[in-house]
Design a protein around this ligand. Structure first.
Ligand code: GLA
Ligand code: ZN
Length: 673
């Protein structure tokens, strides 16, 4: 069994990407002194260093990395050592220009940025295996080595390559997956528009076509591209496991749906020894702490609930969005500790020292351009001390209240072309339902639609356009056994090949929901519908409506206008021991809260009316005890009820009754007993 915690790291992880090759070695001395001052426990090094480590093919220069690791070790800092395979050196590309990836339009990218890799290229694979082997041979026993960091953020910036090598690789993948070309024709529905193939050799990647291409082919290409990246990860991981036993291997994920859409993290979570994640606030006007919580919950979920590590976030602004505001005072600590509350065993950053040159020089860092006389540095030092006082939480697990179903394959399918409405966005629904649950102070686990859901009193399905028969049976059984299910519109429509389920919508969910959907009727931009229901409540829907025909379900809210006037908008179906809700329009935050309020009653989840808005309360529990995190994102001081006495770990004070959480601060109480 591979190790699942960083070797020799006895505290929470605190540090960042350390790219000291940008500086003379005299600066390294100052770096380690400052790292100690801040309480840094681990850094990630060597991620982009291939050109320095192998300046010419077969000529290696490990001297500088030896000195770096020795220096870090001498100062008690653990190292998350990168395999630099995300940026091959220029000599490699000049020898193998076909290793540069090609777009669907046939444009071959040039060297000079990063991540320009055709994942099927065998010369790339050989070179990557070679440098990984050299590094593993040299550093497997280095006392500073805590874990291996393979590559960087698989899936970005190039999620798929459309070159001839990838075409050949895709054909092999299809042969393995389908066996015969007839099976491919069947799965892709090539009878339509005369797309029939008579041999695998005729099949290409879904390159640019005059109008919409075959949707099932496009969906399979996403699966293939994801699987190909995983092959490359596994190749490196297996080398590291063989040559460096006892040292866990990770690759940094980007689970935030706004940051990467090409990776099936359910599959990747099973491949790594430790799940690690990178997270950046998207400053698009929405509540960034809610998006952060969602990404952290998704990360923990792909880790199967096990502790994970936040490997990158930012001390302040980034530099790759149109506008990059600085973080407010205290915001960095709230962000870092929210990740910790939701299962991260620490908080690391991109990057340690802010660059003077290159593409990311305006990206914040732990040591900013302004040096140590700055607010950012003071907050970094403070965070280091806070994390130090939380060491005991290592190994504990975040406690969730409800589950939200999510499936990347369904998202990919949903995003194919020519849908009933381009305004329906699976990610938007996932965000909106998550936010509504967050505002009800419920902690969310994400789950795959075929996962065991029996632990959750409430399961929410924001948008699962693609849903297998097996998932349908799973959800039906969940309800029969007493669960409460909430399903939002345009779910259960197609099978794994993007083929519409037979027998009417919503396919395998008809029985559990007790209804059929005869027809969709998306709304025009800006149009809204009134939806009326119990006690005179009026909700608002937009984007979507449906002609729902109940078959066992009761109508709870009814469309009051539009084409669907007088028909069910929201239904409830008692089945076996449980209840299944269905909502056929896009409700706003108020509507979602009303719906979830009713569903929570069915699930016997008591409302948390005693918790103030925008005060995040999350628990981690394990052998070392039970810890309550209270994070006040609001501008007002708040009080959070405690059900037991305890010790507040950041201030060292005793806590009982109602815990004071001043505006903008974080409190972590270790409950007695
Ligand atoms: C990603 C990368 C880092 C850096 C940051 C900047 O997460 O892994 O190398 O580019 O983004 O936010
Ligand atoms: Zn390629």
């Amino acid at each position: 069994m591979p190790e699942t915690t960083p070797k020799g790291l006895a505290r929470l992880a605190f540090g960042g990407d350390y790219n000291p090759e940008q500086w003379p070695e005299s600066v390294w001395q100052e770096d380690v002194r400052l790292m100690r001052e801040a309480g840094v426990t681990m850094v990630s090094a060597g991620i982009f260093s291939w050109a320095l480590l192998e300046p010419e093919r077969g000529r290696y220069d490990f001297g500088w990395l030896d000195r770096l690791l020795d220096l870090l070790h001498a100062h008690g800092i653990r190292v998350d050592l990168g395999t630099p395979t995300v940026v091959p050196p220029v000599w490699f590309y000049r020898e193998h220009p076909e290793a540069l990836p090609v777009t669907a339009d046939g444009v071959r990218y040039e060297f000079g940025s990063r991540g320009a890799i055709c994942p099927s290229n065998t010369d790339y694979r050989a070179a990557a295996a070679n440098i990984t082997t050299r590094l593993a041979e040299r550093y497997a026993d280095h006392p500073a080595l805590a874990m291996w960091h393979v590559h960087n953020e698989y899936g970005v910036p190039v999620s798929a390559c459309y070159c001839d090598s990838c075409a050949a690789h895709f054909r092999r993948w299809l042969e393995t997956t389908y066996g015969t070309v007839e099976a491919v024709n069947e799965a892709w529905g090539t009878a339509f528009w005369g797309q029939r193939y008579t041999g695998f050799a005729q099949i290409n990647p879904p390159r640019t076509t005059p109008t919409v291409g075959n949707p099932a082919q496009a969906l399979d290409y996403r699966r293939f591209a994801d699987a190909t990246l995983r092959e490359n990860f596994r190749m490196e991981r297996d080398i590291l496991h063989r040559l460096s036993p006892g040292v866990p291997v990770t690759t940094n994920f980007m689970t935030a749906l706004s940051q990467c859409d090409s990776i099936d993290y359910w599959a990747w979570g099973r491949e790594v020894d430790i799940v690690t994640n990178d997270h950046y606030l998207i400053t698009d006007g929405r509540r960034t702490h809610v998006n952060l919580a969602m990404a952290a919950d998704l990360t923990r979920s792909v880790a199967g609930g096990a502790p994970w590590i936040l490997l990158e976030h930012s001390t302040s602004g980034v530099n790759w969005q149109p506008r990059n505001p600085a973080k407010a005072p205290g915001q960095m600590a709230r962000n870092s500790l929210a990740h910790v509350a939701r299962g991260s065993e620490g908080a690391m950053f991109f990057q340690w020292r802010q660059s003077r040159r290159g593409a990311e020089k305006f990206h914040s860092a732990m040591v900013p351009h302004g040096g140590t006389g700055t607010r950012v540095w003071r907050e970094v030092v403070e965070l280091g001390a806070s994390l130090d006082s939380l060491s005991a939480i290592r190994g504990t697990r975040t406690q969730a209240d409800v589950a939200v179903l999510w499936d990347w394959h369904s998202w990919w399918a949903q995003n194919l072309d020519w849908r009933p409405s381009e305004d329906h966005d699976a990610r938007e629904r996932a965000d909106a339902f998550y936010e509504a649950l967050y505002d009800r102070h419920l902690t969310v686990d994400f789950a795959h639609p075929e996962a065991d859901l029996s632990a959750y009193p409430l399961v929410v399905v924001p948008a699962l356009y693609l849903l297998t028969e097996a998932a349908g049976r799973n959800l039906t059984q969940y309800v029969e056994n007493g669960g409460t299910l909430v399903v939002s519109y345009f779910s259960g429509i197609v099978d794994e090949h993007d083929a519409v389920h037979e027998g009417g919508y919503p396919g395998p969910l008809r029985d559990v929901l007790g209804l059929t959907v005869e027809e969709f009727s998306p709304l025009l931009k800006g149009d809204t519908l009134r939806v009326t229901g119990p006690g005179g409540t009026e909700l608002t829907g937009d984007v979507w409506s449906e002609f729902v025909v109940p078959d066992g379900a009761e109508t709870v809210w009814t469309y009051a206008d539009g084409l669907t006037a007088g028909r069910p908008a929201v239904t409830r179906h008692r089945l076996g021991e449980g209840t299944a809700w269905y909502v056929s329009t896009r409700l706003d935050a108020h509507g979602l809260d009303a719906l979830l309020g009713r569903a929570a009653e069915d699930a016997r989840i008591a409302p948390r009316a005693d918790l103030p808005h925008d005060v995040e309360v999350v628990r981690r529990t394990g052998e070392s005890g039970s810890y309550l995190f209270a994070i006040n994102h609001s501008p007002s001081d708040a009080k959070v009820p405690l059900e037991a006495h305890g010790t507040e770990l950041l201030t060292g004070e005793r806590a009982a009754g109602r815990l004071a959480v001043p505006a903008g601060t974080v409190r972590v109480v270790r409950l007695d007993g």
